[in-house]
Every structure is written in structure tokens, then in C-alpha cells.
Design a protein around this ligand. Structure first.
Ligand code: SF4
Ligand code: SF4
Length: 367
């Protein structure tokens, strides 16, 4: 890994270069929220500050002279690598029989701009689920393989971040092609792959002085000190396994709306369902033709139907559903994948409409 720097006003040149080969996806302000979407250099919410609390999000502009002065919005990059709705195959039934086609659209590779350490850690968990299990998800595989990750080191954690407790941030360590750290007068650039180095070819890059390295390290340390939320992980998973009948599960169920927001914003939640969609225009009585497609769509363990099987529902109550969600995140996941299924991004706390806080619930169970 090498580290160099560019002048602040040269960042635009990296974007110009990326645009030749990649679709750019990154942060942009829409309806007073920082979302992830197709964007360009001028869309970076430079100077914006985001305030996060339990069920609270406020964005204010032009408050800071730094470019990457903001933290996270509700979107994570899973939206692009495992889209909310994806066609598996299209089918047609006619007098001649049934045919199925897998469509293969040639898409421009995507450069993900501004990915934070917690979201890179979440993608590593996605790799375990979609690439290292018994069935390889070829759709995810090709989207991920064709992508480029431009990471940004966090310097301004929000009030709900607790990545430091899980060792998933705030500093990016690996899993990126290029990582940017903003210091007073420049952007420091770490290359993490040959694709990352190629982007810098021909640009005016300069050596980093010891003083600038010190500035990078002290900014990272200051960021860690700003993180106010922490969880204890040394007694996981047993603190949860030992308490399946703890009264707190009933308490949290009385507050939880089972809306599933927490699972939709969580960068590691991967549950999905598949179903058939018939095209009305594809139904012809005369020729006895039916056409449609099979799609895979995000689902949630908070949805009532998710655990419905022949003979009943094995998680009929909100208590059972919340307990399952938190137990999977912080206990079963460790047995399944070797680490917790939470990367401490805090999104589920910010975007829960009733402000349920996973760190507070864990602590209550522990007590
Ligand atoms: S459980 Fe909450 S804090 Fe943990 S990764 Fe998911 S959204 Fe982030
Ligand atoms: S914990 Fe909050 S966000 Fe999650 S389902 Fe319950 S009410 Fe919705």
C-alpha cells in the first residue's frame, strides 16, 4: 500500500478520470437527506453536517470547511450490489411449453465513492453470505467484481456510530481500491489495488511529509475519541443465549412497530424472498400465453409473513421477531460467520421511528 497526496482542488480530476470507465455512485443530498445515488463531483455534500439521535436525523449545510464533513445516510452500498428488487429470470408459458430466460444486461462498472470503514466491513460479511456459502450468487459476484471502491476515512462520526467497539472502523484498513483522508490542505491517497493505482497515473501527486502523516494519525485518534456510543462484545454470544426469556424482550416488543426499517437500512441484513410477477399484458386467453418473471426482493424478519410456513408461523409475535433479529445480529451470526453481524454503523438507531437502540437493548439484556 502506498500513500501520496493531491491538492484539494485536484480531487475533481480523479472524478473526471473515473467517469470515463465507471458509473459513479456516492453521496448526494436529496430531500434533506444524504442518499447514495448516481452522482458527480459537484454533488458531494461538502460542508454538510448530519446530526443523528435515536429516531432523529437532521442535516445542515455549509457548516464546515471540509469536503467530507458528513457521515452516513440511510442508504448503504448493498442497494447497488444486491438491489431491492432483482429479476432472476423471465418466463413464458404457451401452447409450445414453458421457456425461461436469464437476461444479461451489460452494465458499465460502478465506482462507489465515499465508502466508509463500517460499510466496507459490511461488504465483507455480504461476501461470506453471497459468495462463500453453498450457492454462489452470480449476480452479486459480477456486480462486485466489476466495481471500484473509493473509500473515505471517517473524521466526523455521528452520535449513533459504534464501529470502534466492533473493530470495523472508523479507519479503513483494507477492502478498498483507493482510500482518501482529508487533512487541512490536501487529500491523502492510499492505494489498495492495482486498479486504484491506475486511477492516479498521470495526475500530479506528491509525497506525504512526516508532518502530514502525523496530522492524519491525530485526526483519526480525535475521531475515535468523538465516538460516544460503545458496546461490550466480550460476552457475546452467551449473554444473549442465556437470556431467551428476559423481560426486556417483552418491553422492547411493546415499543417496536415491526416496520422493518432497521433491516432495510442495515448494511448487513440480507434476507430476501422470491416470487413470480405475472405481466398483465402477457396474458392472452386466445393464444393461452402467460408471461412474467421471477424476482428476488429484500424482505425482513420483522414482516409477519417472513416466518410463515406450512402449518403456521414460527415467529408470530413482535417479541419473537425482535429477539430473533438481535440474536441473529449479535449471537447466531458469530457461529455462522465467525464475527457479529453488526458493524456498528448506527443506522438502525437513527432510522427506527420509535428510537429503539440496539446498544441500549443489549445492555438491558446484560443487566
Ligand atoms: S444492526 Fe444497526 S448498527 Fe449494526 S450494522 Fe445493522 S444498522 Fe448498523
Ligand atoms: S426496531 Fe424500530 S425500525 Fe426495527 S422494526 Fe421495530 S420499530 Fe421498526
Amino acid at each position: 500500500m502506498t500513500i501520496t497526496k493531491i491538492k484539494k482542488d485536484h480531487l475533481r480530476l480523479i472524478f473526471d478520470r473515473l467517469k470515463d470507465s465507471y458509473k459513479l455512485v456516492g453521496p448526494r443530498v436529496e430531500n434533506d437527506v444524504i442518499v447514495l445515488t448516481e452522482m458527480d463531483f459537484h454533488d458531494i455534500p461538502a460542508g454538510y453536517k448530519d446530526l443523528h439521535g435515536k429516531g432523529v436525523y437532521r442535516l445542515s449545510g455549509n457548516k464546515d470547511s471540509n469536503t467530507f464533513s458528513f457521515s452516513l445516510g440511510p442508504d448503504s452500498f448493498k442497494r447497488f450490489l444486491s438491489p431491492p428488487v432483482r429479476e432472476i429470470f423471465a418466463f413464458k408459458k404457451s401452447k409450445k411449453g414453458i421457456s425461461a430466460n436469464v437476461s444479461s444486461k451489460e452494465e458499465k462498472p460502478t465506482a462507489f465513492i465515499g465508502m466508509r470503514a463500517c460499510d466496507i466491513s459490511a461488504l465483507k460479511l455480504y461476501d461470506k453470505v453471497f459468495l462463500e456459502g453453498p450457492v454462489r450468487d452470480t449476480g452479486y459476484d459480477s456486480l462486485k467484481r466489476n466495481s471500484l471502491i473509493i473509500a473515505v476515512n471517517c473524521l466526523y462520526p455521528n452520535g449513533n456510530c459504534f464501529c470502534d467497539s466492533l473493530g470495523t472502523g472508523p479507519e479503513v484498513r483494507d477492502g478498498f481500491d483507493l482510500a482518501i483522508t482529508e487533512i487541512q490542505d490536501s487529500f491523502l491517497l492510499e492505494t489498495g489495488s492495482s486498479k486504484g493505482s491506475e486511477i492516479l497515473n498521470g495526475l500530479t501527486i506528491e509525497e506525504v511529509s512526516d508532518k502530514e502523516m502525523d496530522e492524519k494519525n491525530s485526526r483519526t485518534e480525535d475521531c475515535k475519541k468523538t465516538i460516544k456510543r460503545h458496546i461490550k462484545v466480550n460476552d457475546l454470544p452467551w449473554v444473549i443465549y442465556r437470556n431467551p426469556e428476559h423481560p426486556r424482550w417483552t418491553d422492547v416488543a411493546s415499543r417496536c412497530l415491526a416496520c422493518g426499517n432497521c433491516t432495510q437500512v442495515c448494511p448487513t441484513c440480507f434476507c430476501n424472498s422470491s416470487y413470480d410477477r405475472l405481466e398483465l399484458s402477457g396474458i392472452s386467453k386466445k393464444s393461452r400465453e402467460i408471461s412474467g418473471n421471477k424476482v428476488r426482493a429484500w424482505d425482513s424478519c420483522f414482516s409477519k409473513n417472513f416466518a410463515r410456513v406450512h402449518g403456521g408461523n414460527f415467529r408470530p409475535s413482535r417479541r419473537a421477531r425482535y429477539r430473533h433479529w438481535m440474536t441473529h445480529k449479535l449471537a447466531y451470526w458469530i457461529e455462522q460467520f465467525g464475527s457479529p453481524g453488526c458493524v456498528g454503523c448506527g443506522r438502525c438507531i437513527t432510522w427506527c421511528p420509535v428510537g429503539i437502540d440496539i446498544t441500549e437493548e443489549l445492555e438491558a439484556i446484560r443487566k
